[in-house]
Design a binder for this molecule. Structure first.
Ligand code: HEC
Ligand code: HEC
Ligand code: HEC
Ligand code: HEC
Ligand code: HEC
Ligand code: HEC
Length: 413
């Protein structure tokens, strides 16, 4: 009797456990762990949600990690993403709490999304939630572009140092020769006149007046001057390192680095046209109508954005990169067609609180890269004929140089 009771109690308890376990995990269990679903979800997330959501940190909307356990159900998530204002209007308790908590910010309605799209996004969110923190990749600056932009000064200093050493050695040897000659002459019979010359002390005055000394001084001064002139010539018009103070303390380190906002979200021209464009106040206001204070500068800097927006006055950013009018440079050609990373030319912008010019931006800099870089011809039918022609004459991969990248008229109007 007692035994029976215990065993049925055990059965009952284990059933309860199984149920609890199932109901706890059931939301998450429907979510795929297939790599294909995860990468499809990542693309959708980056294109549609990233402006407001991150997986692990709160941005304009909540951090999405664990949302599949927190939200009422997967179906709820589907309807909320497709039409959040509908769900809120229906009086749904969870949705209304959230909406109020986020200062009644309207989430975009994704009415064209299929259930499958949303499941893929959740697959990505789940994979990211469970992923361990990877070490952040930091792009290394291209070698040879980060020095001061003149003739390497260590090189010239070594040469000058070497010349001084030789000079000192010569003086020592001359000193030995003079004293040896004196001893030799002392043993000889000399006329009075000759004796006077031999015994006259070597004075400072006589040394500085000697033609050898003057020659050496002129030579040293000359080479120092020459070095200065060469350095000057190399850096004519070069603004490398230029980092002016901006009217608002906007930080790429915070926005592009910590928050990982895509460069193209703000620099919208980069894929389409010549100019990358500086974002208008509207783009800032997408987020800053909610976010009124930063951790570094408090409210002052962000208040300037709101003021500019309310007065309909553009923010007067100071231009940093600037080619002379005689040269033509096109962003979409390099970023979109050639697939060159922003950082190759602009350096690690996502680590900079204040943007500075990373590359020389001289003609030599452009041409150097056109000599070295292979043209990205993959998946671009336009290049098929060119590559065919190229491969007939040369064995190396086609460089920008080979498609006319060194012709004056390509870069000069
Ligand atoms: C314009 C900004 C914005 C965009 C874009 C956006 N969301 Fe939201 N999202 C919000 C805000 C704000 C909330 C908080 C609820 C509210 O205010 O409506 C939210 C809430 C949510 C919630 C509920 C979170 C919770 O804690 O329960 C989910 C799920 C969600 N969003 C998914 C998405 C997905 C998926 C996308 C992309 C397809 C997306 N959101 C795009 C702003 C946005
Ligand atoms: C949130 C918007 C935003 C994002 C994201 C952003 N930028 Fe900017 N960027 C700006 C603003 C505003 C300026 C002008 C103020 C300044 O120079 O800091 C600017 C200036 C620049 C400049 C200098 C322009 C000049 O005057 O010559 C470069 C280069 C640049 N950004 C590159 C990047 C790259 C590369 C990324 C991605 C890693 C990026 N930006 C991401 C807003 C943004
Ligand atoms: C091949 C080198 C190269 C690449 C790659 C490149 N840039 Fe530039 N960028 C330049 C040069 C050169 C200028 C100066 C253009 C001028 O003065 O006409 C410039 C200027 C800019 C400016 C100032 C405003 C403007 O449009 O002239 C911004 C902002 C900018 N770049 C952002 C970006 C972003 C964001 C990316 C990546 C998506 C990028 N750049 C990729 C070379 C490059
Ligand atoms: C996608 C959302 C988003 C966009 C777009 C955006 N910001 Fe921000 N910004 C933020 C968030 C979030 C913070 C708070 C970060 C922090 O300080 O921790 C912030 C902080 C700031 C700060 C204060 C930094 C500090 O720490 O004190 C300034 C200034 C700022 N943003 C300027 C701008 C300007 C100018 C633009 C437009 C070119 C812009 N932001 C666009 C999200 C955004
Ligand atoms: C980081 C390497 C790099 C730098 C630096 C660079 N370019 Fe280019 N450039 C390329 C590549 C790669 C292409 C090939 C694009 C394509 O597939 O058509 C290209 C193509 C071009 C073309 C088109 C050539 C043609 O035959 O159609 C022009 C014009 C051009 N670049 C101008 C410039 C100017 C001006 C500068 C300097 C301000 C510059 N580039 C700096 C890599 C670079
Ligand atoms: C890949 C692009 C490119 C090609 C090809 C090119 N240039 Fe240039 N050139 C530039 C850029 C960029 C500048 C501006 C450099 C600066 O401001 O320091 C420039 C500047 C110049 C200048 C003015 C120098 C000065 O000090 O102001 C002259 C002259 C010139 N180029 C002549 C030529 C001739 C001749 C050719 C053909 C043999 C040629 N360029 C081919 C990009 C190019």
């Amino acid at each position: 009797m007692n035994r029976n009771f215990i065993s049925s109690a055990c059965k009952f308890l284990s059933l309860v456990f199984v149920f609890a376990f199932l109901s706890f995990t059931s939301n998450a269990q429907d979510i795929s762990t297939e790599p294909a679903a995860i990468s499809a979800g990542e693309a959708l997330f980056n294109a549609n949600c990233k402006a407001c959501h991150r997986v692990k940190t709160q941005l304009v909307g909540p951090a999405l990690q664990d949302v599949y356990n927190r939200a009422p159900s997967i179906d709820w998530i589907k309807s909320f993403v497709k039409n959040s204002s509908g769900v809120i209007a229906s009086g749904d308790d969870y949705a209304n709490k959230l909406y109020n908590q986020y200062n009644k910010t309207q989430m975009t309605a994704f009415s064209s999304f299929k259930d499958e799209d949303i499941m893929n996004i959740l697959a990505y969110v789940k994979a990211e939630t469970e992923k361990k923190e990877d070490a952040k990749k930091v792009p290394t600056p291209t070698p040879g572009q980060s020095d001061g932009g003149g003739v390497s000064s260590t090189y010239l200093n070594v040469i000058l140092g070497g010349m001084l050493l030789i000079l000192v050695l010569l003086l020592v040897i001359l000193g030995f020769l003079v004293s040896a000659l004196k001893r030799f002459l002392d043993q000889k019979e000399l006329s009075e006149e000759d004796k006077e010359i031999v015994n006259s002390p070597i004075t400072f005055g006589s040394v500085t007046r000697s033609s050898g000394f003057i020659f050496i001084v002129v030579f040293l001064c000359g080479s120092l001057g020459f070095k200065a002139v060469i350095n000057g010539l190399y850096s004519v018009g070069v603004q490398q390192g230029y980092a002016p103070k901006q009217p608002i303390a906007f930080s790429h380190k915070i926005h592009a680095g910590q928050m990982e906002i895509d460069c193209k979200y703000c620099h919208v021209g980069v894929m389409k046209g010549k100019s990358a464009t500086i974002p208008s106040v509207n783009i800032c206001m997408n987020c800053h109508n909610q976010i009124k204070a930063g951790t570094q500068t408090g409210e002052g800097e962000i208040a300037k954005i709101t003021a500019a927006w309310e007065n309909k006055k553009p923010i007067e950013w100071v231009r940093i990169h600037n080619l002379p009018d005689l040269a033509y440079f096109n962003h979409s050609q390099h970023v979109n067609v050639a697939g060159v990373e922003c950082q190759t030319c602009h350096g690690p912008i996502e680590t900079m609180d204040v943007v500075r010019q990373h590359s020389l931006l001289t003609m030599g800099w452009c041409i150097d890269c056109h000599r070295k870089t292979d043209v990205n011809t993959k998946g671009n039918a336009y290049y098929d004929k060119l590559v065919e022609l190229h491969n007939k004459s040369k064995k190396t991969p086609m460089k920008v140089e080979d498609e006319g990248g060194l012709e004056c008229s390509k870069c000069h109007y």
